[in-house]
Each structure stands twice: as structure tokens, then as C-alpha cells.
Design a protein around this ligand. Structure first.
Ligand code: HEC
Length: 200
């Protein structure tokens, strides 16, 4: 019991540090094309808002009822926060991964190609927190601006995305996500990416 309390306390204390990895980074690989600069700026602000809301939702849920409670909160709130941001702006704001927990977060072709490039860039030594990309594409007759930013795996994340998650947590993950692929990560891995798009 005491170990459990200590465990939960460690997580609560680690949250701000872990999620600070989500804060917006000034660096980008693509040279600034001025027409796209304001879109990139907007996308980064939305990511900041998304990650901060996720962070406070997760920490409140852990405080109230531990990790399994936080899993339930994440299950409901992550997609809800994403829809709320979309309703408030012209953007679609989502997360994706090469190994998604929620099958609805599976990458489309553009995301898949860029997530694979993100892995290559990480392997070439680029810090994960700096990795992002953007482009303007044509999709079904529309011009769409797309932005994606890598999300690093921190220590806290391993409680729900690592190789040895607690049995009660694993049980809850299996119940909520029968197609879960998001286990086995280690610190420094790319857990996934924020992925945003806007019709121009
Ligand atoms: C309390 C358990 C828990 C913790 C801790 C946790 N996650 Fe998750 N994570 C989840 C759940 C549940 C989902 C699925 C949410 C959904 O249904 O959209 C998820 C989904 C994600 C996704 C979306 C892609 C996918 O796999 O569906 C990313 C990216 C992600 N988590 C990153 C992180 C990072 C980075 C950390 C650490 C800072 C972290 N998570 C900590 C439970 C957790």
C-alpha cells in the first residue's frame, strides 16, 4: 500500500517535468516560407494548449484515483479535448503514432511517411523535442496545410507505455484498447506526434 502511495506521488511530482517536453520548440527543419510561418505559429500554439490541457486532466485524474482512473480519463478526455480544439479553430488537432493505443489514432499516408522520417532523424542524432515538419498538400481538390511534431517518451509515460506496466494498468488497457500497440517504449523514444491540419 505504502509503495502504491509513493508510486502515485512520484508520478504526480514527475508530471510537470514530463509534460514540459511537450512545450513548443522554436526550431524547425524546414526553412521558413513566409506564407507558411503564421500557420506554423498557430499550429504550435494549439499544440501547447492541447498538451497543457492533457497534462492537467491527467494529473487531476491520477490524484483522484491513480493510474487506472487516469487511463479512463485519457480514454474519454483525449479525443474530447481534440474535438473541442477543432470546434474552436479552423484546425484538426490530433495525435498519431507508428504504434497507436487507440486505433483511431492510426496514421494516414502523409503521417506514416513523416513518422518514419522522424525515426530516421532521431537515429541520425536530432533531439526528439526538435523534430517537426510541415507541408501544403492537395487533398480531394482542397489545399491543406499540415503540421506534425514528434512527442518524446519521458519516464512518466512508461507507467502506461513501457515494457513493465502494473498488472492492474495492463488489465484496464486491454479492456479499453483490444488493439493496443503502445507498450514497450523506453525513455527517449518517439512515442508519437501531434498532427494538425487546416484547409487553406
Ligand atoms: C495513465 C496512463 C497514461 C500515461 C501516464 C500516459 N499515457 Fe499516453 N495514452 C494513454 C491512453 C489511454 C491513450 C489513448 C487515448 C485515446 O483513446 O485517444 C494514450 C495515447 C497516447 C498518444 C496518442 C497515440 C496513441 O497511441 O493512441 C500519445 C502520442 C501518447 N499517449 C503519449 C504519451 C506520452 C508522451 C506520455 C508521457 C508524457 C503518456 N502518453 C503518458 C495512457 C497514458
Amino acid at each position: 500500500m505504502t509503495t502504491l502511495i509513493r508510486f502515485i506521488r512520484t508520478i504526480i511530482l514527475a508530471l510537470p517535468i514530463c509534460f514540459s517536453a511537450f512545450t513548443v520548440n522554436a526550431g524547425t527543419v524546414n526553412a521558413g516560407v513566409s506564407a507558411q510561418e503564421s500557420e506554423v505559429k498557430e499550429a504550435r500554439l494549439l499544440i501547447k494548449e492541447f498538451s497543457q490541457t492533457l497534462k492537467s486532466t491527467l494529473s487531476a485524474a491520477i490524484e483522484q484515483g491513480g493510474l487506472t482512473n487516469a487511463l479512463d480519463a485519457c480514454h474519454i478526455e483525449a479525443p474530447a479535448i481534440s474535438s473541442r480544439l477543432a470546434a474552436q479553430s479552423d484546425w484538426k488537432v490530433e495525435r498519431t503514432s507508428l504504434k497507436p493505443r487507440n486505433a483511431l489514432n492510426s496514421p494516414d499516408n502523409w503521417e506514416l511517411a513523416n513518422l518514419q522520417r522522424f525515426e530516421q532523424r532521431k537515429d541520425a542524432g536530432e533531439p526528439v523535442g526538435n523534430i517537426d515538419t510541415y507541408s501544403t498538400i492537395q487533398d480531394k481538390g482542397q489545399t491543406v496545410f499540415r503540421y506534425m511534431k514528434a512527442i518524446p517518451t519521458g519516464g512518466l509515460c512508461l507507467n502506461c507505455h513501457g515494457s513493465s506496466v502494473a498488472p492492474s494498468v495492463k488489465e484496464r488497457i486491454d479492456a479499453l484498447y483490444p488493439y493496443d500497440e503502445a507498450l514497450g517504449f523506453t525513455v527517449g523514444d518517439i512515442r508519437g506526434a501531434f498532427t494538425l491540419q487546416k484547409v487553406l
